[in-house]
Design a protein around this ligand. Structure first.
Ligand SMILES: Nc1ncnc2c1ncn2[C@@H]1O[C@H](COP(=O)(O)OP(=O)(O)O)[C@@H](O)[C@H]1O
Ligand SMILES: [Mg+2]
Length: 597
């Protein structure tokens, strides 16, 4: 009973979402479904029985003719209404409903903490929820149609059977209950199969992408071992998917046979027909007209019952997915503002005080007792080899995660107290794995629609990041489309050009603090040095944190922090650290000779 209530509640949840997106269409869909079934009953059961009995019992022709004319008028009007609802309205409304619900998911995905993406269960739920939205909305319309067709048919045909021959009703009721039971078992099995396959299908999807996406094309060609390994993996995973199907094939076949044949075709087409002929010819309980009409009506009712039997199992299946959707929508971001305090206008001190952080308990702390001061207008370098925790540190400063211990202060106040969106707006970050979007050059800097920003501001940001030279060579200037994903004449930028464009975003934002997480790693060290130098000049009224595992720019930093295994092992300016003769000076000696700047 609890499950029943929950299934109904889950389906109502999805129904309400659809209703909110397009109430008129939802109502007309139901009205049309009921009207259609009434016409079918009037034509093929009541009407046919009436006309046949007129003939069998010798009633005047006029009685039948008047009845047929009224019926015809009703049918013609109905056809027009049907075309309006299912041709015109449906074309517009169903895509709108799907779009609105999907957008709701995207908005939620944007709002939740990055931490959720590290959790594979969350990720499975998210992928399943979004990829299933269309299917489940399609299903809920099938459910509505089957439900209302079924109920209308059961009421009308049921009344007809009870009035003419109640035993017929027992045949149909038994067939219905047996169908319901087997349909339920079949759907449960189907859901289990889908769930078992899900991790493998994600893996297959990944291999698929590797082989067709442009991003991987070079690696795949150059590293045959990788592609062989992936193909082997693909084969093995496909086998596993097949195994799941094979393991369940017998049970699935048995349930399908029970539901579609034994409970429906055999019982109604064979046993019931024998009963009808016996009742009319031997017992004379019913007329011959009744036999013909009942046979047809039972056949139709059998089909309606089959659809109706599918309603609850389908609702259960929808319910299971809706539960996943609800779980996803119920995730509340933990990283929120505690006080919505406005940010100070001017560039101020940012201080990390004894900060420790780990992504999960298993791996332990990735950052350990970190204390860093970013004085206003200072230029800070954070250096360290790959995996030292540099990017993690930036994620904490950006409040993509919160520290487990210690605190981060802006102007002496914990950053948790500031309005989070405003806080993030005041910091311009270029991540190592920045993305160039399939949009125009201008939109890629604005990260907004083109009309929401002035060309001159965008160009001035590009001058600061050094993208202006490349811009001059683009035939459509700021309107040039980037990437060839949607535009054949789109431009693909090189790694270094992309980085300069990404850096222009932070200048456009006019942030107080700029953080560059190895954005120049695709440049050669000399070009990196020049980019960083000119950027530092352009950013002389801002604080800048630049992160690198190369030391080309560190010489001009006010303060350098050397990170190793999540701990700061050395700090000071370039000269001080060289004098210290520790790891930094060792790194400098190893690298500096290669690019005598
Ligand atoms: N989302 C994550 N979940 C778990 N571990 C992570 C995650 N991101 C990074 N790490 C781990 O944290 C450590 C530091 O990574 P990162 O901050 O990216 O280093 P760096 O930027 O210095 O190269 C690495 O061992 C990395 O594997
Ligand atoms: Mg990094």
């Amino acid at each position: 009973m609890k499950n029943f209530k929950k299934t109904i509640a889950d389906n109502l949840f999805l129904f309400k979402l659809c209703f909110k997106a397009s109430p008129g269409y939802m109502i007309l869909h139901i009205v049309e479904t009921i009207r259609n079934e009434i016409v079918v009953f009037l034509e093929f059961t009541f009407g046919l029985n009436f006309v046949l009995e007129c003939a069998e019992f010798g009633k005047p022709f006029k009685t039948a003719a008047v009845f047929l004319c009224c019926l015809l008028a009703f049918v013609v009007l109905g056809l027009w209404f049907n075309a309006f609802v299912f041709q015109k309205l449906q074309q517009k409304s169903q895509p709108k409903i799907k779009q609105e619900i999907k957008e709701m998911f995207f908005r939620k995905a944007k709002e939740i903490d990055l931490e959720c993406y590290d959790d594979s269960e969350f990720y499975n739920n998210y992928v399943l929820s979004v990829s299933e939205v269309e299917n489940q909305i399609g299903r809920i319309f099938t459910v509505l149609t089957n439900l209302f067709t079924g109920v209308t048919s059961i009421i009308l045909s049921g009344a007809f059977f009870i009035g003419s021959d109640p035993v017929s009703f027992i045949f149909i009721a038994v067939s219905f209950v047996a169908s319901l039971w087997s349909g339920k078992a079949l759907n449960k099995l189907n859901f289990k199969i889908r769930n078992d396959k899900n991790p493998y299908e994600r893996k297959l999807g990944y291999v698929n992408r590797v082989f067709y996406l442009n991003d991987y094309a070079k690696e795949v060609r150059l590293n045959t071992e990788i592609s062989n390994e992936l193909l082997k993996d693909f084969d093995e995973t496909n086998d596993k998917v097949l195994d799941i199907d094979k393991k369940n094939a017998g049970k699935r076949f048995g349930l399908q046979l029970m539901k579609d044949y034994i409970c429906n075709s055999f019982l109604i087409d064979v046993v019931y027909i024998i009963y009808l002929v016996y009742s009319a010819a031997v017992l004379h309980h019913i007329s011959y007209s009744n036999v013909a009409v009942m046979r047809g009506t039972a056949n139709r009712m059998k089909n309606r019952m089959r659809q109706f039997a599918d309603v609850y199992p389908k609702m259960q299946e929808i319910g299971l997915y809706v539960q996943k959707m609800k779980d996803f929508l119920a995730i509340e971001p933990k990283i929120t503002s505690t006080d919505n305090r406005p940010l100070p206008e001017k560039t101020t001190l940012i201080e990390l005080r004894n900060v420790s952080f780990g992504y999960n308990e298993m791996d332990g702390y990735i950052l350990n007792n970190i204390s860093i001061k970013i004085e206003p207008y200072s230029k800070i370098a954070i250096v360290g080899y790959n995996g030292a925790g540099k990017t993690t540190l930036i994620k904490l400063i950006m409040r993509l995660y919160d520290p487990d211990e210690g605190e981060i202060l802006l102007d002496g106040v914990n950053i948790k107290e500031y309005d989070i969106e405003e806080y993030r707006r005041k910091i311009g970050t270029v991540f190592q794995d920045f993305k160039i979007f399939a949009a125009t050059v201008k939109e890629n800097v604005l990260l907004d629609f083109a009309e929401n920003g002035k060309d001159s501001d965008v160009i001035s940001a590009m001058e600061k990041s050094g993208f202006d030279e490349r811009l001059a060579a683009l035939s459509d200037g700021l309107e040039t489309n980037l990437t060839t994903e949607f535009e054949d004449n789109g431009v693909n930028l090189s790694g270094g050009e992309g980085q300069k464009l990404a850096v222009a975003r932070v200048f456009y934002k006019d942030a107080n603090l700029i953080i560059l997480d190895e954005p120049s790693s695709a440049l050669d060290p000399i070009a990196e040095y020049h980019l960083n130098r000119s950027m530092l000049t352009a950013a002389n009224n801002k604080s800048v944190v630049f992160i690198s595992h190369r030391l080309s720019t560190t010489r001009i930093a006010d303060r350098i922090y050397m990170l190793e295994k999540g701990k700061i092992i050395e700090e000071g300016n370039h000269a001080e650290l060289l004098e210290l003769g520790g790891k930094y000076s060792q790194m400098w000696r190893l690298q500096a000779g290669q690019y005598c700047i």
